[in-house]
Design a protein around this ligand. Structure first.
Ligand code: ZN
Ligand code: ZN
Length: 568
């Protein structure tokens, strides 16, 4: 997405300016980058309307830079800075203790440009010779390089959440804990996570900490104290645990849930009301007016309760002031899953076992949407087998009461936007998903046109994983999402929020934009085994981050009404 590209360059300019000791402008670029990153409107159209300077934090100077980026893909200043410091910024800054200033120092003194250079110079003991570095730093860089290689970015929520839940449930089982909550970006359902934050109410913190640091999943103890301990788990991620009194727990939970950006705004708002907010409570002078629960803090500040998924400083505080926080979709509102694979194509579980799991989750319907012909690696089905599966499903449906299996397909969109299954066959299916599985790296115009073509087919009900990204593996296709959203709205095609934690596609900001375009969404798991039906919670979390309500999501409807949303 263009917004993201622009934001990324602005962030990077801020980093370079920090290397140049230009602190005033660092902050300005940082603020502008954050604003652009969280815009729900397309930056190109804001530029065309001549309203760049209306973006919060964007003054005349930065507006000109944004224009330059939109016109040329970069800025002259940025290119100059890149030439001046030809370093792999993201790589180096992923090592603990290394920020822009250190990167500059390491480059100037030793010509270090990347992790390999850093490791070489540290092993040669050259880093400790630099003024201001020393032996301790050199040692810690070496220790952290391997870790940085493994985790040059954050971990995926789908890997971390189960770990955090495991720790939570073990702590709850202790007689010394009264309450245990997961905070941080996990509680906000952010798609990637830096570390695990756990908050505990306990009157015997020493015993709780003793237990925590000695768990079998702990690899290394970083700090241990009665109020706070930090460990690195064997799986590589750090986990912090903090113990609080019941009386301050709401304030602590709010503080450690973040986001940091929202916390800043909340503190400012408190000051404007003559109050002071920190992790111990909301105070008027020395007197505490709230803090036991998050709810009472929001109330005392005359705000709607802000659900954790919205706490990103993306307009939620203004909405809370106006009492306009939407009622977000909930897990229990989901009535069916419309994207399942069974052993008929590349799934590992039979239709019957998948249906058992769907019933356990309280669903009223599911759709099996196997891969089709041209996707050979996924055991794609030809027409003959499609018709066989239809019959098999009819038979299972006869034995089910109050539950319906819909007959669907996940057809492939080819390079011209055509589908690999004839319309005559599609016509007989209850539901058709279309998706791109090949030719992923064509240009924006071509990729966008392929998806629009598919949406114009009267049988295509849903576009599956619309942007094709895989977290930390594959970027989004080059798409003009505005055009996609407009076409989806006009053709009545549903857009999928694929709940597989590697995909989460559409992602949060795009969900919000799709909704603003009047699109309808559907939350699916794309499950290839029964257990993966549980992944729906990641889709719900992401949809909530995209401000989605039940009315935006077709599979919150009972079957009869859901079928009416489909094209025919
Ligand atoms: Zn697919
Ligand atoms: Zn699929």
């Amino acid at each position: 997405m263009l917004n993201e590209k622009v934001a990324k360059i602005l962030y990077r300019i801020a980093d370079y300016l920090e290397m140049e000791d230009n602190f005033f402008r660092v902050k300005a670029y940082h603020n502008a980058a954050h604003s652009v990153e969280t815009l729900t409107k397309d930056i190109e159209s804001i530029k065309e309307e001549g309203k760049l300077e209306e973006i919060p934090g964007v003054g005349k100077g930065i507006a000109e830079k944004i224009e330059e980026i939109l016109d040329t893909g970069t800025t002259q200043d940025y290119e100059k800075l890149k030439k001046k410091y030809p370093v792999r910024f993201e790589e180096l800054s992923s090592v603990e203790g290394i920020g822009p200033k250190t990167i500059k120092l390491l480059y100037k003194e030793l010509g270090i440009r990347n992790l390999d250079d850093l490791e070489y110079q540290a092993r040669e003991n050259n880093i400790k010779k630099i003024k201001g570095m020393g032996e301790k730093k050199e040692k810690s860089f070496l220790e952290n390089i391997e870790f940085a290689r493994k985790f040059t970015s954050r971990s995926i929520l789908g890997e971390v959440l189960p770990l955090a839940e495991e720790i939570k449930s073990r702590l709850i089982d202790l007689p010394q804990t009264d309450r245990v909550e997961i905070a941080g970006s996990i509680r906000r359902w952010k798609e990637t996570v830096g570390d695990i934050d756990i908050l505990v109410i306990s009157e015997q913190p020493v015993e709780v900490m003793d237990y925590f640091v000695s768990m079998d999943i702990v690899g290394e103890i970083i700090v241990k104290g009665p109020a706070k301990s930090t460990v690195r788990l064997k799986k590589g991620i750090e986990c912090d645990i903090r113990v609080f009194d019941e009386e301050v727990f709401g304030a602590a939970l709010m503080y450690f849930t973040g986001s940091r950006e929202l916390n800043v705004q909340m503190r400012k708002l408190s000051i404007s009301q003559g109050l002071k907010l920190n992790e111990y409570g909301l105070f008027k002078k020395e007197k505490k007016v709230a803090g036991k629960t998050e709810k009472e803090i929001f109330q005392a500040l005359k705000l709607d309760y802000i659900p954790p998924e919205l706490r990103e400083n993306r307009g939620e505080l203004e909405a809370a002031k106006k009492r306009e926080i939407p009622s977000l979709v909930k897990l229990e509102d989901i009535k069916g899953d419309l994207h399942l694979h069974s052993t008929w194509s590349d799934g590992t579980t039979s239709i019957a076992n998948m249906v058992d799991q769907a019933l356990k989750q309280g669903y009223q319907y599911v759709a099996f949407t196997e891969h089709t012909g041209s996707l050979k690696i996924a055991n794609g089905m030809n027409e003959d087998r499609i018709l066989k599966q239809v019959k098999a499903i009819d038979k299972i449906n006869d034995d089910l009461q109050g539950f319906t299996i819909l007959k669907g397909l996940e057809v492939n969109i080819d390079l011209e936007g055509k589908l690999d299954i004839r319309d005559e066959i599609l016509e007989d299916m209850d539901l058709v998903l279309a998706a791109i599985h090949s030719g992923l790296s064509k240009g924006t115009i071509e990729m966008t046109q392929r998806i629009i073509e598919a949406m114009e087919n009267e049988h295509v009900d849903i576009i599956a994983h619309p942007t094709g990204r895989k977290l930390q593996l594959r970027k989004e296709y080059d798409l003009n999402l505005n055009q996609i959203f407009e076409a989806a709205q006009e053709t009545g095609t549903l857009l999928e929020v694929n709940s597989n934690p590697i995909r989460l596609d559409l992602r949060d900001l795009n969900i919000r934009r799709a909704i603003e375009h009047g699109c309808k969404l559907v939350l699916n798991t794309d499950a290839h085994s029964a257990i993966e039906l549980n992944n729906i919670r990641y889709g719900v979390g992401t949809a909530r981050r995209g401000w989605a309500q039940n009315k935006d999501i077709a599979n919150t409807l009972p079957l009869k009404d859901f079928l009416k949303v489909l094209k025919n």
